[in-house]
Design a protein around this ligand. Structure first.
Ligand SMILES: [Zn+2]
Length: 405
């Protein structure tokens, strides 16, 4: 238990925020530096084929300790942390034997983790929690995943009596900015199937995520001096408002949950002459997803008919798809994780992801990859925390998966 905790605390001292405005690969140098120390640690532990490629992907192998044809399991976590909240100079608090109630994160700034606001705290009475000091994120997303995978490998190396096949590790850069798979060398990785260790609370097993697209409306207006504009001017900002109004008011992120999809307006820039609206479209159901894209097209068409001109141009791009479609063809992959959890007395918690994961993209690239819990809560912000006991359970689950395959 101390081992996974010690590793985690060591890893979060690296500030590895990715940067979506950067065009370098990986987007930030700090990810390379962190990856380099991981390679050294993996070598020292006795793992084989420990490499870091020029794009920052770290890979390593734990060779099989039995003969026979056993599938190669992949274990994946990401090196970067979200840039939504600072990850610089993280000062974690370890609260041993949490007695319940509100947690004071920062005395000076008066920042609390309130039990009323975060009722999930109730599940962890008597456990050891790692929190932030209220000024940064914690980085459990996804350094907990890395710490858990490495600790599981160390355990297997120390316990050769546990038989397992070949295991491949990959630690990837830039997951938080959607580039985690851009340069993932699947051939070099060579796994038959894999798990990302990048989920939330204890027991999470994620096999479904959104289908996702972006829709960009470019609206062309006609600018004329406002003093002589009668029957001539077309103000593209006002046309944009008409367009926005056509979208269903209740199908937005703030009013949906579970399997409900949405249209989400993420950006507007505009002048009289030209306005650009950026939407993201999300739905778990492929058919409804296609219908949503069709709806966006029909809105553009309606405006163009009304003004009898090609004012609105729409560009729709798919970004990722629901991995359920692929995992249904490989039911043994999530089933193995489920069995491992049950063997460790963990109740699997299957929730549809309202977002995407690297595993979704990997699944469509040919590597079936569901997502498993790290144990963390409230990712990407200062209220992030993780119970040490959940991290330990994640280590045990990973060990058991390797044993069962
Ligand atoms: Zn993550």
């Amino acid at each position: 238990m101390e081992e996974v905790c010690e590793r985690f605390l060591r890893y979060i001292a690296f500030d590895t925020a990715s940067d979506e405005n950067s065009h370098s690969i990986p987007s930030t140098k700090s990810q390379l530096a962190f990856g380099k120390t991981l390679v050294r640690e993996l070598l020292e532990l006795g793992l084989k084929q420990c490499t870091q490629d020029k794009n920052g992907y770290v890979m390593a192998t734990l060779p099989a300790n039995i003969k026979g044809k056993i599938p190669v399991i992949g274990l994946i976590a990401h090196l970067d942390t979200s840039s939504e909240c600072s990850g610089c100079n993280i000062r974690p608090h370890l609260i041993k034997n949490y007695p319940g109630g509100d947690i004071l994160l920062n005395d000076e700034l008066g920042i609390y983790l309130l039990e009323a606001e975060f009722p999930e705290l109730k599940k962890y009475y008597g456990q050891d929690l790692i929190t932030t000091d209220g000024t940064t994120l914690l980085g459990a997303d996804d350094k907990a995943g890395i710490a858990e995978i490495v600790t599981a490998m160390a355990y297997l190396l120390k316990h050769p009596e546990i038989e397992h096949g070949p295991i491949r590790l990959a630690f990837t850069p830039d997951e938080e900015i959607g580039r985690g798979c851009d340069h993932f060398n699947l051939e070099k990785f060579g796994a038959d199937f894999a798990y990302t260790i990048d989920g939330g609370e204890l027991g999470q097993l994620e096999t479904e995520n959104f289908n996702a697209a972006t829709a960009t409306f470019t609206i062309h207006g006609k600018s004329v001096h406002p003093g002589t504009a009668k029957n001539k001017m077309i103000n593209s900002v006002l046309v944009a408002l008409e367009l926005i109004d056509m979208f269903p008011a209740n199908e937005i992120p703030a009013k949906t949950e579970g399997y409900e999809g949405f249209f989400h307006l993420i950006n507007i820039t505009g002048t009289v002459e030209q306005t650009v609206l950026k939407y993201i479209i999300r739905d778990h159901d492929l058919e409804i997803f296609e219908r949503r894209k069709g709806f966006a097209e029909s809105c553009a068409g309606q405006i163009n008919r009304k003004y009898n001109a090609e004012l609105v141009k729409l560009e729709i791009k798919d970004t990722y798809y629901n991995m359920k479609e692929i995992l249904e063809q490989h039911p043994h992959v999530p089933a193995l994780a489920e069995q491992a959890m049950r063997d460790m007395k963990i109740e699997p918690l299957k929730v549809p992801i309202r977002g995407g994961t690297d595993g979704a993209r990997l699944s469509f690239m040919g590597l079936p990859t569901p997502n498993l819990f790290t144990g963390g809560h409230n990712f990407h912000g200062r209220y992030e925390f993780i119970p040490v006991q959940s991290m330990q359970k994640a280590v045990e689950t990973i060990v058991r998966i390797c044993e069962l395959a």
